[in-house]
Design a protein around this ligand. Sequence first.
Ligand code: FAD
Length: 407
Amino acid sequence: MKHIAIIGGGASGLMAALFAARSGANVTIYEHNNAVGKKILASGNGRCNIINTTATHEDYAGNDPHFVTYALKQLNFHYFEKFCHSIGLLLDIKEDGRCYPLSNEAKSVLISLKSAVSEAGVKIITESKVTAITKNDSHFSVQTDQGKQRYNNVLIATGSEAAPQLGATADGYTFARSFGHEIIPTYPSLVQLHLNSKNHPKMAGVKTTAEVTLIIDNKRCMNVTGDILFAAYGISGLAILDVSQRASHALLHKQRVSISLNLLPRYDREELVNIIERLFASVPKHDVHTALCGLLPAKIITYLLEDAAIALSTTVSSLTPKDVKKLAHLIGEWKFEVVDTHGFKHAEVSGGGVSTAQVNNKTMESKLVEGLYFAGEVLDIVGKRGGYNFNFAWASGMIAGKEMAKK
Ligand SMILES: Cc1cc2nc3c(=O)[nH]c(=O)nc-3n(C[C@H](O)[C@H](O)[C@H](O)COP(=O)(O)OP(=O)(O)OC[C@H]3O[C@@H](n4cnc5c(N)ncnc54)[C@H](O)[C@@H]3O)c2cc1C
């Protein structure tokens, strides 16, 4: 019988443990938290966006996003749905491909998974931090505060540094490095952004819908329409999280990053000029701030007018066509320099990690060390928002579990 150690009781570790134990292996999970699956519980605002029905390599970033293709094929949505049914978990499938547990509670994902893992006979040791992994001859030694144990195969499923308050560590990278693996520099992703502007703190709390265009080294790279929320440190909201992976990666590589906000994306520039002109014509005696209040949140108007160098008290009738054009331009393209992210503490995931060039994508085994495996976020793979990160964690965990038991 194979003796397998799984380092990390998160999404990928639990999945690997289940498949390895079901294939006849003797499996031990080491988890340094007092319980497994803390990120599963915290995910999707407590609802757990568990998978996406449409995932392909295009939903992932990393040096080689194609690395995910084989795993996503093995654990395609229909397979996963059947698997969920087999452990007593029903899914709520949304039109855009996101899936949640039908209970709408992340807790049910963890409860179902934990019972399946325990029925399969997996041993879970919590409050047990792995401090080193070594290999002598054909055996691995896993070192914890409680001592050393020997195993045939080891899976590093320690996740990333994102959300350390939930137990995240960079330990997986240290273990991988000790076996000669290359680590692609890591960076926070699905994270809020810090802006260089004196006015964003004064707009803290203002939420609106905008089209966000990400500009890297003066090149427009992507745009996303969705919620934005100004904050004391900068800006958040779903549209910001969606551009954050590329923004954070660019910041890591010292590129110049900015965002341009289109605050009324439903209108093109000409329509916007017409709308503002009509608005001003109907209230010619209003001051410009009051007049624009029907169009945009009041706090935003204050600082938009400041950037347009138009005094708030200016009477609408005294504005020139050039002023109107300037306002329409700013509403459509309000630019902010991005200087940082809000950091790993606030990030949902991390980009970078163990280089996939040194890992076999069909087995998740190290190409450098026989019997050493990797799964989940510790690898240089990061997904978009929408269930893609769990998707890869389940898929890579399942493959690693099956393969470790076979080997
Ligand atoms: C707030 C939040 C919300 C999220 N929501 C979603 C969502 O809705 N959908 C989605 O797809 N993704 C979501 N994610 C991302 C998702 O949680 C991760 O991508 C996924 O959990 C990665 O799985 P993993 O097994 O690789 O790592 P993890 O789930 O992080 O598991 C790693 C485990 O290893 C343990 N560990 C680390 N070091 C050691 C050590 N030295 N010894 C022992 N144990 C160790 C950790 O405590 C942890 O339990 C969210 C993340 C966060 C933080």
